[in-house]
Design a protein around this ligand. Structure first.
Ligand code: FES
Length: 155
């Protein structure tokens, strides 16, 4: 039986383009795992390269490390994700990305409405009071009854 390929942290860094400090951080939060040799140096299985590739791709898509950790936690630590696992992860992250794009587009549109306005109304500005969230606080009053109340300026 062949023994698994064992790589140093420097070799993992070279092959993935990820700094050794980042690799140590990934290990500290459980995204990757190493073993120690007799000299107490980290040694990684080859599968770690693909795990790091998944982490890198997810980070590029803006996925928070906590979310990446949850997904990676569903895999055994000593093997790379399979093609079908990668497909499942990437589809899920694509949906997250689309939701964030939608949210950012709405914020951009709200901001466009504010350009040149300057009212800074706590109640009527869509950027400050998205979806009229203030209405939940001020139950029983309509937007029109509340009128425009600009932010107080410091004296
Ligand atoms: S500043 Fe946002 S609507 Fe006036």
């Amino acid at each position: 039986m062949n023994s698994p390929v064992i790589l140093s942290i420097g070799e993992i860094s070279q092959r993935t383009g990820i700094a050794t400090s980042a690799l140590r951080f990934y290990e500290s939060i459980g995204l990757i795992r190493s073993q120690r040799n007799r000299g107490n140096q980290r040694r990684f299985q080859r599968a770690v390269i693909r795990r790091v590739a998944v982490i890198k791709a997810a980070q590029r898509a803006g996925i928070p490390l906590d979310d990446i950790g949850q997904v990676m936690g569903t895999l055994p630590a000593d093997r790379a994700p399979t093609s079908s696992e990668w497909k499942r992860f990437s589809n899920s992250w694509k949906r997250d990305l689309e939701a964030r794009i939608g949210q950012l587009t709405r914020i951009k549109d709200d901001l466009a409405g504010c350009i040149g306005c300057g009212c800074l109304s706590i109640e009527n500005c869509a950027l400050i009071n998205p979806n009229d969230e203030l209405a939940r606080v001020l139950v029983g009053t309509s937007k029109l009854e509340r009128g425009t109340r600009p932010l107080e300026t410091p004296s």
